[in-house]
Design a protein around this ligand. Sequence first.
Ligand code: SF4
Length: 695
Amino acid sequence: MTQTHCPYCALQCAMTLTPLAAGGVEVAPRDFPTNRGGLCQKGWTSAALLTSADRITTPLVRDEQGELAPATWEEAYARIVEGVRAAQEAGGPDAVAVFGGGGLTNEKAYSIGKFARVALGTSRIDYNGRFCMSSAAAAGGRAFGLDRGLPFPLEDLAGADSVMLVGSNLAETMPPSVQHLAAVRERGGLIVIDPRRTATAALTEDGCGMHLQPLPGTDIVVLLGLLHLIVAGGATDDAYLAERVDGWDDVKASSALWWPERVERVAGIPVDELRAAAELFAAAAPAGGGAGAFLLTGRGAEQHAHGTDTVTAAINLALALGLVGRTGSGYGCVTGQGNGQGGREHGQKADQLPGYRRIDDPAARAHVGAVWGIDPDSLPGVGLPAVELLDALGRPGGPRVLFVHGANPAVSGPDAGRVRERLSALDLLVVADFVPSETARLADVVLPVPQWAEEEGTMTSLEGRVLRRRRAVPSPDDVRDELQIWHDLAEMLGSPVAFETDPELVMQELARASAGGVADYGGVSHDRLDGEESIFWPCPDGQHPGTPRLFLDRFATPSGRARMVPVTPRPVDDDLRPDAPIHLVTGRLLQHYQSGAQTRLVPELMRGEPRAFVQLHPVLASRLGVEEGADVRLTSTRGTITAAARLSADIRPDTIFMPFHFAGEQSVNLLTNPATDPISGMPEFKVCAVAVTTA
Ligand code: SF4
């Protein structure tokens, strides 16, 4: 039996795997602080892909007839090396790009950044985490000097009088986490801000809390309105603000502009509801005499062209109440992808080196250059964030070759039709995956890689808790680990240094590279994790116990004080107009994960949600002449798709919803807006204007 964690989301539920004689493994839940013995349906069925007939088990190379055909590793490598050399001879190092993933282990997230910058010498690396939590990362970095999704253990939620969730649907995305909300619900303290009555919003009913249902794109207005009322009610924690925070006066002044009646006009939240939510939340804060309060943001608040400012408004509210850096209270971002946290710490981002070091910081370059054994001056500079990177593919002066590892941008990218066009314009697309994702189907070379139960390494949960992923069964014979692939290709491309293939040794190198940085893994090792089960970073040395709660004494800014930044609401980028009068929001379903490339291959999950649908309010449906189950056509400036109508009073009558896990004609990202947040590079997935017609 092997003790490991789920392959999917950032809750990283613990499980035990038992190999089966017929192949594959049996999954059983295991007790762990995050999941307390629970698994969701995705976790229970996660073994299905190990033995799936759809699995890729041999390299594939596109042949002269344009078909992907089985090939040897030597043939696949030869095609890659030839393509990389030709592109870089013609266009320089940046003619080759790399797109990584937030599901890769820490060791792989680290090695892919090194592979890009040392073996390929390119600055053109970014990853799908840019689409996930980059706005929260940017806002957290700006306010606190570092970003760790939850700077406290999830278990702390149980002791609070109130938890406010802004754009987070925990009950559907990571159901076992809801256990941590049970006590708060009993106290009537759960507040959910979401345009839909999601499974999480429904948890507020029967006296368990409140659901505020704002117009899409107006979370920032609601948060400013709440701050306005908290200031007006004298509920701010003035001693905390004086002692630990800079910038309060400007933020306080900016909140004065958002009185409740104005919030009601802009966001559609009735004045009485806003007042009740402000009173409930303020009373839960220590300054209000409560046991504690937490404010958590999710993708609903973050995936906007001004997502960083929305998260900043949430952080300002939490700071005004004195919640951050205090045991029993806090602000956090609910990271989504399995290693969404670790994936963003070790150098996959266009502007970062391991340990959250900035790549344009000379001291950071010197430190990492020394660990890697290279001249720091040979390191490339800042690259392009994901949307810009994808849009540059195949254009004059842009990358001609792209490596994709652990991502499916042909479905997950905004304005996905354009992403597919750019992928198709490349001279060489290399995709490493274990399932035939939509991106893999466009590739010239597909490299088969192991699944979670076949690899060793570490992951970092949404709480910043580093834990072990362990091998339970071997991979199929012709599957090759990414660490081996990068080692082999680096050698063939004449890399100045060799690449390590043993995950334990990679972790030792990662620990040295991150040591002294913000995300310090200096004291983390496989050995230690095998003995202690998990360690919260920062953990600077082997004797350090790890840091479950951050900022208790000081923030990670140079002054040690948190930085408040005043923010101003702006209209959504793709706002309503006569030819597109309805807001479209997108989100997740219980049965599926990310682009759905994996979960769409699991029969049990597909029985639950086999295809995309459009959720719309009966009032809107009646106005449009749409009946339950009928096909409706959605059109934005970027495309048109068709899906079946699902009528529900759980959504605002001016808004429709579609899940984003489906591909082809059902891919809602064919409609979404690639406009990006100027600070984080996050695209505006969460809202765009559409026309809805009967198909
Ligand atoms: Fe896996 Fe997340 Fe489900 Fe837990 S909640 S079983 S980690 S998908």
